[in-house]
Design a binder for this molecule. Structure first.
Ligand code: XMP
Ligand code: MG
Length: 181
């Protein structure tokens, strides 16, 4: 059968490790937000699997919403400007937001999105990322919840893609170099 597994060089974070860590984060958020009725906001599309698993292990009263964003780039430089392709529907004035993203890399995406949500009147905006890749940070930004810190390698799976593929891998892995060629 033609499966996506054949393109994976190595597993970086296994299904079991993901499950255990997501459960810990869900428990931590449940304690921190027990009586705050937080609004979880997932950044599409990369966060979808983490988001769904996190919600299942965070049994407190809460709401959820989604947004989608992309970075403006030209041929030579990444401008660091982020465009919101799809915005949340909820009225967030006075709400405690937990912004959920697959990976924090340069920081441009979450820096801009957090600012956008604060501008709309959120009482607080916390950042919850499955992966943190601090090596390439450009913005002063500190995540509140981190699943795993990863080295400066391009990773796929568990929501993360290369050319919109591999999001459906149940673990986080590194692609074989020939896949990029
Ligand atoms: P910034 O640089 O704004 O990046 O923090 C966040 C977005 O860039 C994508 N990204 C990755 N996607 N593997 C991926 O599949 C990676 O290693 C990777 N690094 C950054 C991701 O979409 C994230 O939302
Ligand atoms: Mg993304």
């Amino acid at each position: 059968m033609n499966t996506i597994e054949k393109d994976i060089l190595k597993v970086l974070i296994s299904e079991a490790e993901l499950k255990a860590r997501v459960r810990e984060i869900g428990g931590q958020i449940a304690m921190d937000y027990e009586n705050k009725d937080p609004l979880f906001v997932g950044v599409l599309r990369g966060s979808f699997m983490f988001f769904a698993d996190l919600m299942r292990v965070c049994p407190i009263p809460c709401g959820l919403d989604f947004l989608a964003a992309s970075s403006y780039k030209n041929a030579t430089v990444s401008s660091g400007v982020v465009k919101i392709d799809y915005d949340i529907r909820s009225n967030i004035a006075g709400r405690h937001i937990i912004l959920v993203e697959d990976i924090l890399d340069s920081g441009n995406t979450l820096y801009n999105l957090a600012g956008h949500l604060r501008d709309r009147g959120a009482a607080s905006v916390a950042l919850c990322v499955l992966l943190d890749k601090p090596a390439r940070r450009e913005k002063p930004i500190q995540p509140n919840y981190v699943g795993f810190t990863v080295p400066d390698e391009f990773v796929v799976g568990y929501g993360l893609d290369y050319a919109d593929r591999y999001r459906n891998l149940p673990y986080v892995g590194v692609l074989k170099p020939e896949v990029y060629a």
